[in-house]
Design a protein around this ligand. Structure first.
Ligand SMILES: NC(=O)c1ccc[n+]([C@@H]2O[C@H](COP(=O)([O-])OP(=O)(O)OC[C@H]3O[C@@H](n4cnc5c(N)ncnc54)[C@H](OP(=O)(O)O)[C@@H]3O)[C@@H](O)[C@H]2O)c1
Length: 191
């Protein structure tokens, strides 16, 4: 989790599955100044057929990718509402909108995140909190960099900066509008 304030360059590293620590960290960050933008980017990847996957890995994946996002949402919204106009942004995935074999837990968690983002927007839109889901395809980072395309043609994948540019687009978008969903794909098919 990386709570962003305009004033402080400080970075706090927390385990997003530790709700008490997340709550304390949010309070500390909000004490430094109004919390106007929060990006939830934590994510675990799992690559295994559904009948062979490790149940503990799946549980951990859902905890990080979805449960933590929901808990953080509840904890951070009072601050974003107090500082509105403000923005809450989730880094989803193309896997939140389509299905991939051998990837069931990740696909399900990102579909869940898409539902969370859409529903939360409805709850806070009239109080000037933007809620946005950014769904990248293959990025030259993390599991994307380790994929066959990432290994063979990393220059054709999205870069982390491209995702950051989409975050900036949401945060700086005029307060009368909200880019609720942004889909990013590499311009050229990397596969
Ligand atoms: N790479 C792709 O092709 C791609 C495509 C679409 C969407 N995404 C999404 O983009 C996001 C970033 O992923 P990435 O590809 O850049 O992979 P990454 O480098 O492995 O990033 C995953 C991030 O999640 C953090 N994280 C994992 N468990 C955490 C926990 N319990 N508490 C706090 N932070 C935790 C990691 O922190 P540490 O480094 O400290 O462990 C890391 O910063 C993820 O949500 C991923 O699903 C990636």
């Amino acid at each position: 989790m990386c709570p962003v304030t305009q004033r402080s360059p400080a970075v706090d590293q927390v385990d997003v599955t530790d709700a008490q620590l997340v709550e304390r960290t949010i309070e500390e960050v909000a004490d430094r100044g109004p919390l106007r933008a929060v990006v939830f980017a934590a994510g675990l990847f799992d690559w295994a057929p559904a009948d062979e996957a490790d149940p503990a890995s799946w549980a951990r994946l859902f905890d990080v990718n979805l449960t933590s996002a929901a808990v953080l949402t509840r904890l951070v919204l009072p601050h974003l509402l107090a500082a509105a106009p403000s923005a809450l942004i989730y880094i989803g995935s193309g896997a939140g909108h389509q299905k991939f074999a051998n990837n069931a837990a990740y696909v399900a968690s990102k579909h869940g995140l898409a539902g969370l983002a859409g529903a939360v927007f409805l709850d806070v839109r009239d109080r000037d909190v933007k809620v946005s889901l950014i769904s990248p395809g293959l990025v030259a980072a993390g599991a994307g960099a380790l994929s066959p395309a990432g290994q063979a043609r990393p220059e054709q994948l999205l870069a982390a900066e491209d995702v950051a540019a989409a975050v900036r687009f949401v945060v700086t978008f005029p307060a009368r509008g909200c880019p609720t969903e942004i889909h990013l794909q590499p311009q050229r098919n990397p596969n």
